[in-house]
Write a protein that binds this ligand. Structure first.
Ligand code: ASP
Length: 368
C-alpha cells in the first residue's frame, strides 16, 4: 500500500483507539460511540428541536473526537462556544500524527507547510482568518487575534506571520520527518518526465509514475459549538490540499465557504474540495437554509445538491456524470440540532457531542 494511504488509515485507527480509551475512562459508553443514528438531525442526545438553546453541543469532522470532548469541557467550565471550539481544534493542530492540520500537515509542492484557518463568533458576528500562514503551530489562535485585535477579517502569508510574531507566537518548523518523507515520495513519483526518482531496483519499469492513479488528498478539522448561554462559535483549520501550488488558499479561511455562523440561526462548516465551497459559498448557504427551516442535515444535503448542479466541468465528473470529488458538511442549529452530509460515500461519519458524551453519527449523502 502506498505510504500516504497507510499514514491516513493508521491515523484514523489511532484516533479511534485513543478516543475509545478516553471514552471508557470518562464513563462514556462504547455503545454511544458505536450506536450511530440513521437520522442525524437529532443525534445529540435530547438536543433536538425544543426551541430553547441546549448547549453545550458540538459538531466536528471525524478527526475531532478529542477536540469535541475538550470543547464540551471548556464550555462546562464557563468558556464560550468559540473558546471551546478553538481549544478543541488546538489539540489537532498540535498533533504531529494528523497530517491534514497544523504541525505535521502535508506541505505544499515546495515542501513548505502553509496553513489556513478561520474563526467566527456568534454573539458579535465577527470573524477572523489567516491563509498561507507558515511556521505557526496554532493558526486558529492567530485567526482569533485577527478578529479581536485588528479591524480586518483576513491576513495572508508573510503579513499573517508577522502579525503572529508581533503577538508572541514562536516561528517553528512545522514539517515533521513523516510529512517530509511523504512529500519526497510524492515528488519522486509524480511523473516519469522529470529527474526525480524513487528508490528502485535494476529491473523496475515505469519508475517515477507509481502515484499517477492516486487521488489528491484533503483533510481539515471543522468544529462548531453551542454553549449553555445559547451562543455559537465556529472554527475551521487545515494544512489544505496536499502538495498544493504554493500560495493556494482553500475554503477553510474564507468566511461563508469553509465555515459560517449566525447566532440567531446556527453554524456550519466543511471539509473536502475547497474549490467547490469557494465557488458556492456553501457554509453560508447551509446557515441560510436553516434560517428557512431546514434541519442541519437537510441544509447540508441542499448544499451538496447545489455543488452537484454547479459542477459543470467534465474533468470533475465521473463516467456516471457524478462529481468525482467529495465535500463534507457539518451543521448545528441554534436549538442544538446537529447533522451533516457529504457529496459521495455511503459510509462516513462525523462527531456530535453534548454533556452526555461524544458519539459518531452518520453523514447523509448524495451519491454512494
Ligand atoms: N477544504 C480544505 C481545502 O480545500 C481541505 C480539506 O478540507 O480537506 O483546503
Amino acid at each position: 500500500m502506498h505510504n500516504l494511504r497507510r499514514a491516513m488509515i493508521d491515523r484514523q485507527h489511532e484516533s479511534r483507539r485513543s478516543f475509545l480509551k478516553k471514552a471508557s475512562l470518562a464513563g462514556v459508553g462504547a455503545s454511544l460511540v458505536g450506536g450511530a443514528s440513521a437520522s442525524t438531525a437529532s443525534a445529540a442526545a435530547g438536543a433536538a428541536g425544543s426551541g430553547a438553546a441546549q448547549g453545550p453541543v458540538v459538531v466536528s469532522s471525524l478527526n475531532g473526537r478529542e477536540a469535541a470532548q475538550r470543547a464540551i469541557e471548556i464550555m462546562q467550565d464557563g468558556g464560550s462556544a468559540l473558546d471551546g471550539a478553538i481549544a478543541g481544534v488546538n489539540l489537532v493542530e498540535e498533533d504531529p500524527d494528523d497530517i491534514t492540520v497544523g504541525y505535521g500537515g502535508i506541505p505544499n509542492e515546495d515542501g513548505v507547510v502553509q496553513l489556513d484557518a478561520a474563526v467566527m463568533d456568534g454573539p458579535t458576528h465577527r470573524a477572523g482568518s489567516v491563509a498561507a500562514l507558515e511556521g505557526i503551530k496554532y493558526p486558529s489562535r492567530v485567526a482569533r487575534l485577527v478578529m479581536e485585535r485588528t479591524d480586518h477579517a483576513l491576513l495572508v502569508g508573510q503579513g499573517a506571520q508577522d502579525f503572529a510574531k508581533m503577538h508572541g507566537f514562536p516561528i517553528e518548523n512545522l514539517l515533521t520527518e513523516r510529512a517530509r518523507e511523504l512529500w519526497v515520495e510524492w515528488k519522486e513519483t509524480l511523473s516519469t518526465e522529470d529527474d526525480y526518482l524513487p528508490p528502485h531496483d535494476i529491473d523496475d519499469e515505469n519508475i517515477g509514475a507509481i502515484m499517477q492513479d492516486a487521488t489528491r488528498h484533503y483533510g481539515t478539522i471543522h468544529c462548531s459549538a453551542l454553549d449553555p448561554n445559547g451562543n455559537l462559535g465556529s472554527v475551521t483549520t487545515t494544512s489544505g490540499l496536499f502538495y498544493k501550488i504554493p500560495g493556494r488558499v482553500g475554503d477553510s479561511p474564507i468566511i461563508g465557504a469553509g465555515l459560517y455562523c449566525d447566532n440567531e440561526v446556527g453554524a456550519a462548516g466543511s471539509t473536502g474540495r475547497g474549490e467547490a465551497n469557494l465557488q458556492n459559498l456553501t457554509s453560508y448557504l447551509i446557515v441560510e437554509r436553516m434560517r428557512m427551516g431546514d434541519t442541519p442535515e437537510a441544509a447540508c444535503l441542499y448544499a451538496c445538491r447545489r455543488i452537484d448542479e454547479k459542477t459543470k466541468m467534465a474533468r470533475l465528473r465521473n463516467d456516471r456524470g457524478e462529481p468525482n470529488f467529495n465535500v463534507r458538511f457539518y451543521a448545528i442549529s441554534k436549538q442544538g440540532e446537529v447533522g451533516g452530509a457529504q457529496l459521495r460515500g455511503a459510509d462516513d461519519r462525523m462527531i456530535a457531542a453534548d454533556a452526555s458524551g461524544v458519539r459518531e453519527i452518520d453523514l447523509a449523502y448524495l451519491y454512494e
